[in-house]
Design a protein around this ligand. Structure first.
Ligand SMILES: [Zn+2]
Length: 161
């Protein structure tokens, strides 16, 4: 079991956070953004950044080569669909994608939008950790949380048309 801090500041203990979320044992901030037979998309529960989504497989697997062919096709389609919707509804110009196999959770990809305020941190990919910690520590206020929730609602509506 490990302890996970949610964006609300609340902490929970789970075996695998991805399982907990995709199975509905933990309700992520704003709920399910989009879902297919194989994947599940939700706002990152730890960092209050508008349009920051996690796409998690529904199966408890760790590595890319464990995906079945159907899952691979679905994965790419889900990423592309969410990416297009981030652009069209939230005006997000760039996204960083992260996926690592040595995770304590299971297969999930972060889609981290790039905003102007993030350029004040160090360049490019090195800035991602500081940016996320900045969000967790300084953006957990009502106004930003409302923006995050509005973005979730907008995307949810658009993706599930
Ligand atoms: Zn899992």
């Amino acid at each position: 079991m490990r302890e996970v801090t949610l964006s609300s500041g609340e902490t929970v203990e789970v075996e695998c956070l991805s399982c907990a979320i995709t199975n509905g044992w933990i309700e992520p901030e704003g709920g399910v953004v989009y879902e297919t037979d194989y994947f599940h998309a939700h706002q990152d529960v730890a960092y209050p950044v508008r349009g920051l989504f996690i796409i998690a497989s529904k199966r408890h697997i760790k590595s890319f080569d464990e995906l079945t062919e159907k899952e691979r096709i679905d994965y790419v389609n889900v990423l592309a669909k969410i990416r297009k919707t981030q652009r069209d509804t939230l005006g997000i110009e760039y996204v960083y994608y992260f996926y690592n196999e040595d995770t304590t959770h299971h297969f999930h990809t972060w889609m981290v939008p790039r905003y102007d305020w993030m350029y004040e941190f160090v360049r490019s990919i090195e800035s991602v950790r500081p940016v996320l910690f900045h969000a967790r520590n300084n953006m957990n206020h009502k106004e930003n949380m409302e923006e995050v929730k509005d973005a979730i609602d907008l995307l949810k509506k658009e993706l599930n048309k």
